[in-house]
Design a protein around this ligand. Structure first.
Ligand code: PLP
Length: 434
């Protein structure tokens, strides 16, 4: 346990031994677990400290004064240091992404879903036509799911992937020409290949649609140059979470062309949020500094190399992946195609019991419900932060494969102890959780 973790636990325990105990147990869980959830990561102690600081209770409704949108400043007083840090965070994130002069940044969204809500509010009216990726093909709930505001507010059309699992650009173009959407959304939560932003830009231009790129998962790869940039492609709006491959605190941001800046800013506040979480804005400023550094870029190169190594291991072991592999930080195992007719839920629960955390995931042409699914999603970002290398990920692929096969053969329970031992060997020699 680090000095800082000890300090946090002792401080919490002075008030609430109950909560401190749960926090201690959670820290232990994190230490002993091989964390393969593609949307999670571990942030730095500096960001944790800023997030847990006296910036947590200040109201700063509004924006720093002299923002390029002509903001007149905040509603409340006492915000001078918040103004400085928020402006710094915006400027640093634009720098991290290598964004051109024509882009604007808003670091106030509390999470990815509210960033997308504000992005849509800025350029769409309820009932407008929107073209987005099919949820079973890897899109996010906020890309038009019927249970989400996006599916309820907008008239959605969905493009799909081809039989290999790649985005079908012919389908995107045909549907765009047929439905004439006001906006096209691209970006995904469970897609292992490159998102062709340039091609989407062309199609959006052809039909006069806004191009909204939700880069929540791959934003770290974009910063490091390991994925094409939506800024270079000229996207109108780019949203991202800050806590996935960007490895900062839980939160989100929106970038947009400067002509949309005023609309985006007012869609965030007062459109959809009240006072922003300034402790998280402080953490985001630190995250931006880290993302500008060479160590971060090397980390992302390692994440991608490790994912490729792991996909290679799964392939050698005879496991089938959607699209047959990966270009980024995640891969999707197709269980049925791997010869295991079991649900993703069953695999997730079984692996949880042997200290491997991953999540069930739909596969293209999914036959089970989203609560069961026929696939699992695996990401290499968190364990790369903890120092896992290609060999560790290949050893992990072997455990996951053995576990899936034993589940299919009904021998998992007999082998659970063996699996726990193999996981413990791998986690014993890696770094702590920050
Ligand atoms: C994670 C994610 C989001 C939402 O993020 P939350 O912070 O959980 O609301 C939005 N879009 C995509 C593509 C994501 O992967």
């Amino acid at each position: 346990m680090s000095e800082y973790q000890k300090f946090i636990l002792e401080t919490v325990a002075k008030q609430s031994p109950f909560v401190a105990e749960q926090m201690r147990l959670e820290l232990e869980r994190q230490h002993r677990t091989i964390e393969l959830i593609a949307s999670e990561n571990y942030c730095s102690e500096a960001e944790m400290a800023a997030a847990g600081s006296w910036a947590a209770w200040k109201y700063t409704e509004g924006y720093p004064p002299k923002r390029e949108t002509g903001s007149k400043g905040r509603y409340y007083g006492g915000t001078e240091y918040y103004d400085i840090v928020e402006q710094y965070a915006c400027q640093k994130w634009l720098e991290a992404f290598g964004a051109q002069e024509e882009y604007h940044c808003n670091v106030q969204p509390s999470d990815g879903s509210s960033a997308n809500f504000a992005a849509y509010m800025a350029v769409l009216q309820p009932g407008d036509k929107v073209l987005s990726m099919d949820l079973n093909n890897g899109a996010h709930l906020t890309h038009g799911s019927p249970v989400n505001f996006s599916g309820k507010l907008y008239d959605m059309t969905f493009y799909t992937t081809d039989e290999r699992g790649y985005i079908d650009l012919n389908d995107v173009r045909e549907k765009a020409l047929a439905c004439r959407p006001k906006a096209i959304i691209c970006g995904a939560s469970a897609y292992a290949r490159v998102i062709p932003f340039d091609a989407f830009r062309k199609i959006a231009d052809e039909v006069g649609a806004y191009l909204i790129c939700d880069t929540s998962h791959i934003s770290g790869l974009i910063v490091a140059g390991d994925h094409p940039s939506p800024f270079a492609a000229g996207a109108d709006i780019i949203t991202t979470t800050t806590h996935k491959t960007l490895r900062s605190e839980r939160g989100a941001m929106i970038f947009c062309k400067k002509e949309l800046a005023k609309k985006i800013d007012s869609a965030v506040f007062p459109g959809s949020q009240g006072g922003s979480l300034m402790n998280m804005v402080f953490a985001k400023a630190i995250g931006a500094e880290l993302a500008c550094g060479d160590a971060y870029k090397q980390y992302i190169h390692n994440v991608v190399a490790n994912c490729r190594a792991m996909a290679g291991a799964f392939e050698r072991l005879g496991m089938a992946m959607v699209t047959g592999g990966t270009d980024n930080h995640l891969l999707l195992i197709d269980l049925a195609a791997s010869g295991a007719d079991i649900s993703g839920k069953k695999v997730q629960d079984a692996l949880d019991s042997v200290n491997i955390t991953l999540n069930k995931n739909c596969v293209p042409n999914e036959k089970r419900s989203p609560m069961q699914t026929s696939g699992v999603r695996i990401g290499t970002a968190p364990m790369t932060t903890r120092g896992f290398g290609a060999e560790d990920f290949c050893a992990t692929a072997q455990i996951v494969t053995d576990a899936i096969r034993s589940l299919a053969e009904d021998s998992f329970e007999q082998r659970a102890e063996e699996f726990r031992g193999r996981v413990a060997e791998l986690t014993a020699h890696c770094n702590g959780v920050v």
